[in-house]
Design a protein around this ligand. Structure first.
Ligand code: B12
Ligand code: SF4
Length: 571
C-alpha cells in the first residue's frame, strides 16, 4: 500500500515515532501466542533444538525496524523485545505521534494487543503495522491499525513522512547475535567477537511457491536491492568493520550468491584491500554451483545455509545438482554447511518419510534445519491449498510456523504424525551426526589443512584465526562431547575422539593443554546446563531502547499517564 498525498503524516519529519517489536516473554505458552516450542532464538528454535546443552543459543535483534529507524530523519525510538509494561511506559511518557509495530504471522495476537494498548494509552498516535504479519488475508479485521504496510517498509515510511524515498540506504552497524550460549557457558558480549549483520536485499526472485520471504517482497522474479553493487557493499562492510571491530559478517540475503556480478566485484575489492573477511550466507545449491570452490573460499564464505529438498520434489533449485557431493565438497574446503530440509512434502507417506529423512541426514551437514511443509498465508502455496479446500481452518496463527504440526490436510500423514516425524528428524540428525559444534570443528580442520599454505595471505589468515579457537576452547569442548556422547552414540563418540587426536597432532601443546585444563570446567558447566534444561529453563532476550534524532519533550508538554489497563481483551 502506497501512502497517498492525503496519507502523509501532517507533521512530516517532525513526527515523533516509536518502532517496536512484539512483546515477550516468548518461550512460554500464553494467550497472546507465545509458545514454548517457538522461542526468540534462531538455532534453538529450528536447528539445534534436539541437541540439549550442545544447542547453540543466541538472540537476533529486529533488523527491519532498525533499518527503518536509520533511514528516516524524524525523531525515532526503537523498542526491541519489550515487556508489555515497557511498551506501556514508553507510550505514556514520550508523546509519540506515530507507533509502528513489527511482527510476523505467529505474532498477530500480540500485535492486536499492542494496537489496543496504543488506543488506550496514547490515543492520538497513528498506528502503523508492518512486517510479515500483514500477509494474513483480512488482517485489517483482526487488528485496530491505521495503516497496514505490506512489503518493504523503508520506502513506505519515507513517503509517509514526506521524505525522499529514493535516497541511498543507510545501513546501521548491527551486531548479529547476542548473549550466545553453549554448553552452559555464556560467551562475553565482547566487541568484535560476534559477526555483524549486513542486509544487501530483501526477497528472492526464485519464487518457490512455499516461500514467504519471496512472496512478501514481490514473488517470482522480484526482490528489493538495498545495495546494488559490490562496491557499495564493500564500502558498507569497511565502515561496519571499523565501527564494530569485526572481520566476520552474517549476510542476511535470501540468496546472496545468486547475484554473481555483485559478489565477484566484492571479492575484487576485498583482494585489492587485503581484507581477510569471513561471510555467512544463504544460498540455493544452483547459485553455489556458479562458483569455483576457490572463489567461494577467497570471498570468505565460511558458512552457507542451503536448501536440501528431496530429489523427488520439484523445487527447481536442486535439479541437476548432486547436493550430497556439493555438501561434502564445501565442507572439505572449510565451509560449514547448514542444510534445510522440508518434512511432509506432498509425496511423503508414512512408508517413505523415514527413508527421506535418513537421506537428508546422510548429507552430513554441520547444522540441519527441519521445517514442516507449511502453506503460510500470503504464499502461492497457501492460495492453492485454500482453493483445494485443504487448509485446516481452526488453527491458531501462533501455531503456523513449521515447527509444530501441519496446518493443512496432507494426503497421507496426519497432523499428530507430522510433529512426530519432525521431532524425530531433529533427534535422528543429532544421534547420527553428533553435536553441531563437533561437526563445525571437523569442517574447520579440513579447511585449515587444505588452505594453510594457500598463496593468498587473506585466506591463510582467516583459517589461522579459526585454528586459534579450534586449538583451544573448541578442543576442550571436543573432550567434553566425546565423554558425554558415549551415552548417545558410541561410534560418534569414537569419531569425536579421533578428531580431537587430529587437532592435537596439529597443535600438540596448545590443544592438549586446553583439553586438560578447560575440559573439566566445561564438563561441569555442560552437566549443570543439562540439569537446568531438564528442569524447564528457558532463555529470553533483553529489552533494548534506542533513540535517534531524539529530543526529550520540554518539561510539562506531556503528562505521564498511569498505565491503567494491562488486562488484555482477548477476542
Ligand atoms: C532474523 C529472523 C528471526 C530472528 C528474530 C528476529 C526478531 N527480533 O524478531 C529469530 C531467529 C529469533 C526468528 C525467529 C522466528 N522466525 Co524469523 N526470521 C528472521 C529472518 C531470517 C530475518 C528477518 C530480517 O531481519 N529480515 C530483513 C529485514 C530488513 O526485513 P523485514 O524484517 O521483513 O523488515 C522489512 C519489512 O517487513 C518491513 N517491516 C518490518 N517491520 C515493520 C514495521 C513497520 C511499522 C513498517 C512500516 C514496516 C515494517 O520493512 C522492513 C524493511 O523493508 C527472516 C527471513 C528473512 N529473510 O527476512 C525470518 C522470518 C521473519 N522468520 C520467520 C519465522 C516463521 C520465525 C519463527 C516462527 C521460527 C520458525 N519456526 O521459523 C520464529 C518466531 C519467533 C517469535 N517467537 O516471534 C518467517 C516469518 C514467516 C511469516 N510469514 O510470518 C521468516 C520470514 C522466515 C521464513 N522464510 O519462514 N526469526
Ligand atoms: S530459493 Fe530459497 S529464498 Fe529463494 S524463493 Fe526458493 S526457498 Fe525462497
Amino acid at each position: 500500500m502506497k501512502p497517498s498525498q492525503l496519507e502523509k503524516h501532517p507533521k512530516g519529519s517532525q513526527a515523533r515515532i516509536l518502532l517496536s517489536s512484539v512483546f515477550g516473554p516468548y518461550a512460554q505458552d500464553d494467550e497472546f501466542g507465545s509458545r514454548s516450542i517457538n522461542p526468540m532464538e534462531l538455532y534453538h528454535n529450528q536447528v539445534t533444538r534436539a541437541q540439549g546443552s550442545f544447542s547453540l543459543r543466541m538472540f537476533h535483534r529486529s533488523w527491519g525496524i532498525m533499518m527503518i529507524q536509520q533511514n528516516v530523519s524524524a525523531p525515532c525510538s526503537v523498542l526491541d523485545f519489550p515487556t508489555r509494561e515497557a511498551f506501556a511506559r514508553e507510550l505514556t511518557t514520550q508523546g509519540y505521534d506515530v507507533v509502528g509495530i513489527s511482527g510476523i504471522i505467529v505474532n498477530v495476537g500480540k500485535v492486536r494487543e499492542m494496537c489496543r494498548m496504543v488506543r488506550e494509552l496514547s490515543p492520538s498516535s497513528t498506528i502503523i503495522v508492518g512486517g510479515h504479519v500483514t500477509a494474513i488475508p483480512g488482517v485489517e479485521m483482526m487488528i485496530d491499525a491505521d495503516h497496514i504496510v505490506r512489503g518493504e517498509g523503508i520506502s513506505w515510511m519515507r513517503r509517509y513522512l514526506g521524505e525522499d524515498e529514493t535516497a541511498p540506504i543507510h545501513h546501521p552497524a548491527i551486531v548479529s547475535g547476542l548473549e550466545t550460549r553453549i554448553m552452559g557457558i555464556r560467551l562475553p558480549n565482547r566487541k568484535g567477537a560476534t559477526a555483524a549483520t549486513i542486509i544487501p536485499s530483501v526477497g528472492c526472485p526464485m519464487g518457490c511457491n512455499f516461500c514467504t520471504t519471496s512472496s512478501f517482497f514481490g514473488g517470482k522474479g522480484k526482490f528489493v536491492n538495498f545495495f546494488e553493487t559490490g562496491d557499495e557493499l564493500f564500502d558498507l562492510m569497511c565502515r561496519v568493520e571499523k565501527e564494530l571491530k569485526v572481520q566476520s559478517f552474517f549476510v542476511m540475503d535470501e540468496n546472496f550468491l545468486l547475484h554473481r556480478t555483485r559478489a565477484m566485484r566484492l571479492l575484487e575489492r576485498m583482494k585489492e584491500a587485503g581484507k581477510s573477511w569471513e561471510l555467512s550466507v544463504f544460498s540455493s545449491a544452483n547459485a553455489i554451483r556458479k562458483y569455483k570452490m576457490e572463489e567461494l573460499v577467497e570471498l570468505g564464505v565460511s558458512w552457507v545455509w542451503m536448501g536440501l529438498e528431496s530429489e523427488k520434489s520439484n523445487y527447481s533449485k536442486l535439479q541437476g545438482n548432486d547436493v550430497r557431493q556439493l555438501t561434502r565438497e564445501l565442507r572439505e574446503h572449510g565451509i560449514r554447511v547448514q542444510g534445510s530440509t522440508i518434512v511432509g512434502l506432498e509425496h511423503h507417506t508414512p512408508d517413505n518419510i523415514v527413508e527421506e529423512i535418513e537421506a537428508a541426514i546422510a548429507h552430513g551437514t554441520d547444522f540441519h534445519q527441519f521445517m514442516l511443509y507449511t502453506p503460510v498465508p500470503g504464499t502461492p502455496l497457501y492460495n492453492d491449498m485454500a482453493k483445494e479446500g485443504r487448509l485446516l481452518t481452526d488453527i491458531d496463527f501462533a501455531d503456523i510456523h513449521g515447527q509444530y504440526k501441519f496446518n493443512f490436510e496432507h494426503a497421507a500423514i496426519s497432523r499428530d504424525d507430522s510433529k512426530r516425524f519432525l521431532d524425530w528428524a531433529f533427534w535422528r540428525d543429532f544421534e547420527c551426526n553428533g553435536p553441531s559444534l563437533y561437526r563445525m570443528c571437523q569442517t574447520m580442520l579440513m579447511g585449515w589443512r587444505r588452505y594453510k599454505d594457500y598463496p593468498d595471505p587473506r585466506v591463510r589468515e582467516r583459517f589461522a584465526r579459526e585454528m586459534k579457537k579450534l586449538s583451544s576452547a573448541y578442543n576442550a569442548a571436543l573432550w567434553v562431547m566425546e565423554k558425554e556422547f558415549r551415552k548417545v552414540n558410541r561410534s560418534v563418540s569414537e569419531k569425536i575422539h579421533q578428531l580431537r587426536r587430529e587437532v592435537e597432532k596439529e597443535f600438540p601443546v596448545m590443544a592438549r593443554l586446553a583439553a586438560a585444563s578447560l575440559g573439566p570446567i566445561l564438563l561441569l558447566a555442560t552437566r549443570r546446563e543439562e540439569r537446568r534444561l531438564a528442569a524447564g529453563q528457558t532463555y529470553e532476550p533483553p529489552t533494548f531502547i534506542e533513540r535517534r534524532n531524539w529530543e526529550p519533550l520540554p518539561t510539562g508538554t506531556f503528562r505521564e499517564q498511569p498505565c491503567t489497563n494491562l488486562q488484555p481483551e482477548i477476542a
